[in-house]
Write a protein that binds this ligand. Structure first.
Ligand code: SER
Length: 317
């Protein structure tokens, strides 16, 4: 039986991943780590243990790891891309100094560690279409710089110290339970909220801007499966390209109109987010993940759209 610590358990990914891990591995064996000001509530609070775990506080993390005999850590503490551009030093502190704390604790206490990377780890010189697993990265955003460094440091700790680090490059993640905060791909979540509320959506990303996206159930599946994968089959570790779909704003708008025919959208492009989106791939090649640990998403744009709208209608109606 695993003993798991989720760092950042109240964020967009963490709040759903904590519940999924508790279902899979036992309620008491998954600790929800949070920082003051972002306390867990509802099911995350009620269904298992929670502890204050600031990724920048090594002593605090070590105490929780010892107390619960943690052997696996999911590190989901991060500032997303647009927020990181507004607070680059804070993003560096959380993403890099926080990661080093977790890597050192994982080395000392023999924990496996998952720290997600992102489409943000790529940059303007990266091949845009069918972006290969191993290619030029050189991102231009602080978010991307921290993600490339995360990949490299995680591989370094695996090769040098044998720490079981594994990860994926998440595309934009779409979910109905918790809004993301300050990401470039957030528009693809917010658009559904506008549609279900019967409002016009003002799109901050320009027509024709393709980005990889994924529905949250597939992202959670990936996070579990990569950590369960047979290590003998893994040629890569940090981090695997994974994708489920690629679309531009007009296509998600059309998919929503299949369900809500009078939905309206207009463009008001945000230059900060557009510059970031322009430096990211149109679509990644995720064949290495498919070969090395049988990665396969379940949702495409139409099935995700139906499910999102159905769940959001229950929330708002
Ligand atoms: N969804 C993230 C962002 O837009 C990318 O990983 O910042």
């Amino acid at each position: 039986m695993k003993n798991i610590l989720v760092v950042g358990s109240t964020g967009q990914i963490g709040s759903e991943l904590t519940l999924k891990l508790r279902k899979l591995y036992h309620l008491d064996h998954v600790v929800a780590g949070y920082v003051p000001g972002a306390e867990p509530h509802g099911l995350v609070l009620e269904s298992g243990p929670s502890e204050i775990v600031d990724v920048c506080n090594a002593r605090q993390i070590a105490q929780v790891v010892d107390h619960y005999r943690i052997d696996t850590i999911y590190n989901l503490a991060a500032l997303l891309s647009a927020t990181a551009e507004r607070a680059p030093l804070r993003a560096w502190d959380i993403q890099m100094n926080g990661l080093l704390n977790l890597l050192e604790i994982s080395r000392e206490k023999h924990c496996a560690l998952f720290t997600p990377s992102s489409i943000g780890s790529f940059g303007p010189q990266t091949p845009r279409d069918d972006t290969p697993q191993d290619t030029i990265q050189r991102p231009t955003s602080m978010y991307g710089i921290t993600k490339v460094a995360t990949e490299l440091l995680s591989d370094y700790y695996f090769h040098k110290y044998g720490v079981d680090t594994r990860s994926v490059r998440f595309p934009g993640l779409i979910s109905y339970t918790k809004l993301p905060g300050g990401g470039t791909t957030d528009y693809a979540v917010e658009i559904y909220y506008s549609a279900v509320r019967g409002e016009e959506f003002v799109c901050p990303i320009a027509a024709g801007t393709y980005m990889d996206m994924m529905y949250m159930p597939d992202a959670l599946k990936a996070a579990v499966e990569i950590m369960e994968a047979d290590p003998a089959r893994l040629v890569h570790r940090n981090a695997f390209n994974i994708t489920a779909m690629s679309f531009e704003p007009g296509q998600i708008c059309e998919a929503i109109r299949q369900e809500i025919p009078d939905f309206r959208m207009r463009y008001e492009v945000d230059p900060v987010r557009q510059a970031i989106a322009d430096s990211w791939p149109n679509r990644m090649d995720d064949s290495c993940a498919r070969q090395e640990w049988d990665w396969k998403p379940e949702y495409d744009l139409p099935t995700m759209t139906q499910d999102m709208i159905q769940h959001l209608r229950q929330t708002f109606e």
